[in-house]
Write a new protein. Sequence first.
Length: 647
Amino acid sequence: AYNMKNYKLLLTGLCVGLIGFSSCSDFEDINRNPSTADAEYTKPDYFLNNSIKLAQQDPDVAERMVVYNWASAARVCGEMSFLNVGRYNDGYNAAYYNQVTNWLKLATLSIQTADESASLGNLGEHEAGFFANVKAFARIWRACLIAEFTDTYGPYPIEAFQGTNPTFNSEKEVYDFILSELKEAASAIDTSITPTETEAKGDPGFGYNAEKWQKLANSLRLRYAMRLSEVDPAKAQSEFEDAAKGSLITSLTDIYAVQEYSGWSAWDGIYTRSWDDQALSSTMSNILVGLGGIAVTEYRPDLASYIKPMNYLGEKYEKHYAENTDNPTKQFWMDGIPENLDPRALKIFCLPNDQAAENFIDKGSVEGHASNSLVDDNGNPEVTIDAQYTWNYYPVGQRGAWSAKFNKNQVASKMYQTGVLLGKNYCDSSNKRVWFAPWETYFLLAEASLYGWSTGTSAQTAYENGIRASFEYFGVEEYVNDYLASTDYNRVGTSVSFTHTVEPTAITVNYKDGYTKEAKTMTYNYPDANKILYKGKKLNDQLTKIITQKYIAQTPYLVLEMWSDHRRLGLPFFDIPANETTLTGSDMEPYWNANSYLEGQKWQLYPQRLRYPTSLNNADATNYNLALELLGGSDNVMTPLWFSNRK
């Protein structure tokens, strides 16, 4: 039996472990009272199971962190105009901070309980081996959570929950620790140990399959080694090449994903709040439109009557959309569906009133899709728009409170009726939340190979395997060969074919004056590569292709990774936020002005992190100030993290 005296001492040590981090007052909400707990509730796998479960995020914190912050910054949820324009909320930050530290506490408990159990010397052969594996699994899981924390806030205290009050560590020290933990944990796993049926039920991702956990550790090590590519390339290469020698997640059978379930709990899906529109962003739209050259009618022939040719931009409404952005499709409303969309586009998102779609999500009355207006300066309807079966996005940065033009745009303010929205399966808790998938392994290998690192594969092979894995996941693999060969550009000048690196040039396109309906032509200019954030100054080079494909494949679950890639590389192309006046109440306000788009992209126009909650400063000002000293800047959204692109 487990020694309850030692267990209670362990818990006491944890409770005093870190002032400012989540306390142990909520322990009984998660576990039984230690004084009455039986052996089942003091085993290391029990604590790890609870950490994994709670980290799926209940609807309250998921909305505040995933939707308003990570997905906003990653340009997946366009209509939020929250973190993507530097807005913040201390309550939201605190809600996540309190929970993530609790998940970390439970993972640490799992590790320490495994050690305590082993020290007693009274475990059976199977349990001894299984507990040792659980300790390794917990180290892997904790490393993933630590990365989640530090990629969100910055410096983190590595020695948290060890029985003494720790101090914060620099992001470099944190990443050294993460990479070391993953390497040691992977080598410590005994793949010959098979969990019992009961034990396997405690792991919602892998069923405590040792081989899969080992693959996850090595694959995560690739992820976090690559995070250092810009700030410490030698360390990144060394760690990456070593990890690449191990077994990796390279097939969908090894995907680390956790089933979502409806009901108010951590098992709920992270996009389940019905009042969040979760509308397509301008960034995402420009990436998906035209990419791959696959006609929508190939997989949805029933939409033929709504299709518009690729050389048609739509109807222009310059009085209702801001102009001051480098978004090449700014001020246009597409009165239909572009001829070519990436085949995954309508698997992730759904069109307004597309009731024939498997993922149709009706967030408003069907009739509401047909009659939404753009009003004049007096509030009277100026244009009535039929939004049914149209492909339109929410432009980043535009809010009625900031923009006189956008304030008159009632179509955009009713995106739940008029916009392209995240599909039903992501919003009704019927999916599995993806934590690590084979496409990410392949795209990481592709990027590393492009740098000349030793990976055992070529950049092109890994790139194409990543796309194939993503297409298989979305069930559109029949289009993958034509897609891979395509040299068609998307709206920001990137094509799919790995060997096609010709930069796009301006073309002549058709459009309508939205107010008069007069047919017109114009020169369509792709973004100016000399003014983009990416230091490669190309729109269609091979690194841009790799990160663009990775970005699409990670949508919508791995938004933190999508944001981290953009912070690291400035890829893919994120348009500059637009409105006519100011970004009032935003940390971006000192850096942004109405003419910023003329000067070109700079990292100060994109959010870099979240603020620490004020509760940390209130509870432990010394540690808080140390964290900011290590961060190297003030505690605001625009202070870059250590690994970020700071050109």
